[in-house]
Design a protein. Structure first.
Length: 135
């Protein structure tokens, strides 16, 4: 009886190892497509963040000039505001889903906002011909 149990365990272990090998080989074979998908996904997230912050800062521009005397879309203030908005939005999402807020997560959110603020138009809007612009 013990020999049958050993054979079943050995067969199951070998089957598991072969399945792991197949999954790894399929993953490695499709690694360029997976990498391309991840890059496109990250770029899309940055693009959506840029559009959201552009709308938000454009609407806050008159208020910032009137009350504080600053231009919200100029570089030092833009980077600071996008980092703050990104961190606040991430904290709000964590509070809604009742996730614990970690220090490293706040750092990632702040870096995300800084990247959006620094890369503003250079990264998201292609240079060259702009239809309807008067330049």
């Amino acid at each position: 009886m013990g020999g049958l149990f050993v054979q079943i365990c050995l067969g199951s272990g070998l089957l598991l190892l072969s399945l792991i090998g197949v999954v790894l080989s399929v993953f490695l074979r499709n690694l360029p497509q997976v990498w391309e998908f991840v890059v496109r996904l990250v770029r899309k997230i940055f693009m959506l963040s840029y559009r959201f912050y552009c709308i938000l800062l454009t609407r806050l521009e008159p208020f910032g000039e009137e009350v504080f005397g600053i231009q919200c879309t100029s570089n030092p203030y833009r980077t600071l505001l996008t980092a703050c908005f990104s961190t606040l939005l991430g904290c709000l999402i964590c509070l809604v889903f009742q996730w614990t807020i970690r220090f490293w997560f706040l750092g990632i959110l702040a870096l995300h906002g800084c990247f959006i603020g620094l890369a503003w138009q250079d990264f998201f809007e292609p240079a060259g011909l702009h239809m309807g612009s008067e330049e």
